[in-house]
Design a protein. Structure first.
Length: 534
């Protein structure tokens, strides 16, 4: 298996290296079947192949502010073959134009024609646009769908040398008494300019080219060596139509020092970029800054008023946002509380059958021992206890809790013959103070089964409800053999009760429930303290 994987890795490496050689060293021709995607519009894509004279193929280059356009840059190609693919039922909806060197239209609003030597590819057909001599030429292909005439896709195939830009002139734009003015600068290198609070920008004007958008302007601060500005956003129509110019804001060169402008042609491929460094043009200048006053007094007043209005709006938005977040927090808190209640109900739903099954096991044991009278008394107590348990109330009074525990312990007395006592502090209003239902019952059950079941009449259980200031302390004490409280036991009742106390704390966050267990050879003490409950 490893040999097979290694073989495919080597095979892919060879293909990749071959493709790289083909693309950049010019050994691709029609017979190889190696083609490139040039772009297109919805449903109509254009591809091309080049001849063996090709040295460079650089495709899928972005064109500034033209999302449906692409530039293909070639070097050395003499002939190119254009083709494409269209859904076979959509041929009549598409048109294309081809212009040579911007002034010679060689194809006009043509309907794509199927290449008869090619086959159908599913729902698509092969379109033949023809072969073209492209030596030292530029071809512009425009394609569109007649139902979407406003969405014209443009493909420029450029097979000329990209030459250095020619700077026509550089000017400094400034505001003089509220009116914008222009200060023409020396076109030669090492110009000196004065910059002050009225300086607006520096304007670079170049001679128009076939591909103005590939020329990127960089401004370097020579004192730091860093590029502080970059753009290829050429504008038109300022003085003479079709003369490209670019503006560099004064904020980029407002400090005294030496600066350098670099104009570098750059192809921005979808898969990377390539700068044509050999065609770089440089222009240096020195800045004498007399200080930049950012705003006039009138502007300060206006902007101050705007800032006050904005701050007021931001403050209002902040208040609204805070209120919204608080509402979200409350909703989230309510949701979490409801989820905890559902989980708590789930724990209760497991505790009830657990308790009931244990009670039924007690009845079965008495019947197996032929203690029919005790079994009947047990069953009577069990019936009343079951009705109370199945009421499924979330909170019950201390009086109700005492009644439930009385019934349960009287039932178990019939089996094991132990003694028990339930007491409450005199200052506790047991009728009106409520606690979570069956909070103590699993611990009482544990005291009977694992504590005093084998002691007979010598077994003792003491249950107490004690008031400690604003807290309520509930305890279960037995004189059994005790157990290791540090271990986790598999008993379902104890595990569920611990889980239940954790859930109660997530609901009653202001009244924390704490569980403490102590055990030794003389017995076990369980204490549940409900803080701030009274």
């Amino acid at each position: 298996m490893k040999k097979i994987i290694l073989f495919f890795v080597l095979l892919l490496s060879v293909v990749f290296v071959s493709a790289q050689k083909d693309e950049y060293n010019g050994y691709v021709h029609y017979g190889d079947g190696y083609s490139y995607s040039a772009g297109g519009c919805d449903g109509f894509g254009i591809s091309f192949t080049v001849d063996q004279f090709t040295k460079t193929v650089n495709y899928h280059n972005d064109i500034q502010n033209q999302p449906l356009s692409n530039l293909v840059y070639l070097e050395g190609t003499q002939e190119i073959n254009l083709f494409g693919y269209i859904n076979k039922d959509s041929l009549s909806f598409y048109r294309y134009n081809i212009v040579e060197n911007d002034d010679n239209q060689i194809v006009s609003d043509a309907i794509p024609q199927v290449n008869k030597t090619k086959k159908f590819y599913g729902d698509k057909v092969d379109i033949d646009l023809g072969k073209f001599n492209i030596k030292d030429k530029k071809l512009t292909i425009n394609i569109y769908k007649i139902t979407k005439r406003s969405e014209i896709a443009t493909i420029i195939i450029y097979n000329k040398k990209i030459r250095p830009a020619y700077i026509s002139y550089v000017s400094l734009n400034a505001r003089v008494k509220g009116v914008s003015g222009v200060e023409m600068m020396n076109r030669k290198d090492s110009a000196n300019i004065n910059v002050n609070q009225n300086t607006l920008n520096l304007m670079i004007v170049i001679k128009s080219t076939d591909l103005d958008f590939v020329y990127n302007v960089y401004l370097k601060d020579k004192s730091t060596g860093k590029i502080v500005f970059r753009s290829n956003n050429w504008l038109y129509g300022y003085l003479v139509p079709r003369v490209p110019y670019l503006l560099i804001g004064a904020e980029y060169f407002n400090k005294t020092g030496d600066y350098e402008i670099l104009i570098i042609p750059k192809l921005s491929q979808g898969f990377g970029s390539k700068s044509i460094q050999e065609s770089t043009v440089r222009y240096s200048f020195h800045v004498n800054s007399s200080g930049i006053k950012l705003f006039s007094q009138k502007e300060i007043i206006i902007y101050g008023l705007i800032l006050c209005a904005v701050c007021g709006a931001i403050f209002g938005a902040a208040v609204t946002y805070i209120k919204k977040k608080e509402a979200q927090k409350l909703a989230l808190k309510h949701r979490d509380k409801e989820m905890a209640r559902l989980q708590l109900a789930s724990v209760r739903s497991q505790l009830n059958p657990h308790f009931l099954f244990n009670a039924l096991a007690g009845i079965q044991m008495l019947m197996n021992k032929n203690e029919t009278d005790n079994a009947n008394r047990y069953l009577s107590k069990f019936a009343r206890l079951t009705r109370n348990v199945l009421k499924n109330k979330e909170l019950i009074s201390l009086t109700e809790e005492k009644s439930l525990l009385d019934d349960y312990l009287q039932m178990e007395q019939l089996r094991f013959g132990f003694q028990y006592k339930i007491s409450a502090s005199a200052d506790l209003d047991t009728e009106n103070i409520e606690i979570p239902a069956m909070l103590l019952q699993p611990f009482v059950e544990n005291a009977v089964k694992h504590g005093i079941a084998g002691k007979g009449n010598d077994g003792k259980i003491e249950i107490s409800f004690i008031k400690q200031e604003t807290s309520l302390v509930l305890s279960v004490k037995d004189n059994g053999n005790g157990f290791d409280v540090t271990k986790d036991y598999t008993g379902l009742g104890l595990a569920l009760t611990k889980n239940r106390i954790s859930l109660l704390n997530s609901i009653y966050k202001e009244t924390h429930f704490s569980l403490e267990m102590k055990a030794d050879a003389n017995g076990t003490l369980i204490q549940i303290t409900v803080n701030q409950w009274l």
